[in-house]
Design a binder for this molecule. Structure first.
Ligand code: 4AD
Ligand code: MG
Length: 425
């Protein structure tokens, strides 16, 4: 038997076709059993009439049972999607036990049974968009001449002492990687332009709608690049992903409540302001942030009420930044760095910077943050053997997906989310 996909059914009007999938909805009257069959491509109404030898079997088939069937495709205005399959052959592959998810349960319950919830129509749409997002990121970097590279996840080198998961490594305490960046910088003299998409780990206890303890991190690093070109790369990347997803999965976006046209309007250039300008805008809105404090959730959210495109904020205060973000020679209180904030959700999706080439400055900053510069000796070596100006950024892939798919929580942007209290299943 040749099976077709549910989405291909309309192309076979008047023919008999074989389908296979899962029972999405089930309703039986005395005369006819209505089965809405689901496969990865969509849903279709299938009917089994009273006089069919399969009527009783169909009547007893439970929600989420896996089935195979053959049937004639007919146009039917009343059926969802406008087509119906009139069943001629019917086989139950596995009769499902009573499916625990039948109505709208609480978010917590749905996470307890995540292994069963991942097949929902809404989440299926998210997984397709997610797949397209990963593809588009790779395609963008490939087109721009970047190589994909990889770094160890078990490491001694990290952004800051906070937010680290320790790993017992044969009795030694190592850490799970927060970023690929440091290893990327070592690879620049070999490849000049590189990127990765890898899991990053953050032991943040914060229970927010935008934090995971394990998330997918798309990072790039480029030799000879300055802050301006870095900002351009960030807006091109985000725009590329938005356009790709809108063209590839418009129906899925609509199902998620996102108008694909909105994604097509995300095009460079993005508005650009400095941290100092951001403080002024916030001041006018009645929120005063003292210079030197990083922007908090509430402030980022307020700032983004003024924008309907992603916003690039540059030149954050040096003292609040990671040790490798260099001072701006023209304004030594700020660093040559950027964050990209997203509209609607109002949070950061990209963080990046030029990289400091001054070893003493970096040592000082590390010590201020309670880190031992000894662990960074190899990183400082990179400044001794043919250092060149360079820059890079990291993008939280689930945050981007959360925004694109209009999800209330970042947890729905990844199949099996990890948070401080969520590690099963
Ligand atoms: O701003 P961050 O911490 O930057 C870095 O790690 C740099 N080393 C990246 C680089 O320059 N190569 O993290 C980058 C992005 C953030 O903007 C955010 O989108 C995402 O990673 N992110 C998280 N996403 C989900 N859950 C978390 N707990 C996240 N923490 C950061
Ligand atoms: Mg950041």
């Amino acid at each position: 038997m040749d099976f077709i996909k549910v989405s291909e059914v309309p192309e076979h009007e008047g023919e008999s076709v074989w389908l296979r999938g899962w029972v999405y909805r089930h309703r039986a009257t005395k005369e006819v059993v209505f089965i809405i069959l689901r496969d990865s491509s969509g849903i279709i109404q299938c009917t089994v009439k009273k006089d069919s030898p399969f009527f009783e079997k169909a009547e007893k088939t439970t929600i989420e049972s896996s089935i195979k069937l053959k049937g004639k495709v007919v146009k039917d205005e009343r059926a969802p999607g406008g087509y119906e399959v009139r069943v001629e052959e019917y086989e139950v592959v596995q009769l499902a036990e009573r499916f625990p998810i039948t109505k709208d349960y609480s978010e917590e319950f749905l996470l307890d049974v995540r292994h069963l919830a991942v097949r929902s129509r809404k989440l299926t749409a998210v997984w397709k968009v997610r797949s397209a997002v990963f593809w588009a990121i790779r395609e963008y970097f490939k087109k721009k001449g970047y190589y994909e590279t990889h770094a160890p996840f078990i490491t001694m080198t990290s952004e800051s002492g906070l937010e680290l998961f320790e790993v017992d490594y044969f009795g030694k305490k190592l850490r799970l990687s927060q970023t690929w960046q440091f290893y990327a910088e070592a690879l620049l003299p070999a490849l000049e332009r590189i990127y990765t998409i890898n899991p990053s780990f953050r032991a943040e206890k914060s229970k927010t709608a935008r934090h995971l303890t394990e998330y997918w991190h798309a990072e790039m690093e480029a030799a000879w690049m300055d802050l301006d070109e870095l900002a351009k790369t960030s807006e091109e990347l985000i725009s590329y992903v938005c356009e790709y997803v809108a063209e590839e999965y418009p129906e899925e976006l609509k199902l998620l409540g996102r108008d694909p046209e909105e994604m097509l309007r995300i095009k460079p250039p993005f508005p650009r302001i400095t941290y100092r300008e951001a403080l002024k805008i916030l001041e006018k809105d009645g929120i005063s942030v003292p210079f030197g404090k990083d922007l908090r959730t509430k402030e980022e959210k307020q700032l983004m009420t003024h924008y309907d495109k992603p916003l690039i904020v540059t030149h954050y205060p040096k003292s609040a930044m990671a040790f490798y973000k260099p001072r701006d020679p023209e304004d030594p209180e700020v660093a040559r760095c950027l964050d990209v904030l997203l509209p609607e959700v109002g949070f950061e999706v990209i963080g990046g910077s030029e990289r400091d080439l001054d070893i003493e400055e970096m040592k000082k900053a590390l010590i201020e943050k309670g880190e031992d510069p000894k662990h960074y000796e190899w990183y400082f070596d990179l400044r001794k053997y043919g250092a060149v100006p360079h820059a890079g950024f990291g993008m939280g892939v689930e945050r981007l997906i959360q925004w694109i798919c209009k999800l209330d929580s970042i947890k729905d942007a990844i199949p099996f989310p990890r948070t401080p209290e969520r590690y099963y299943p």
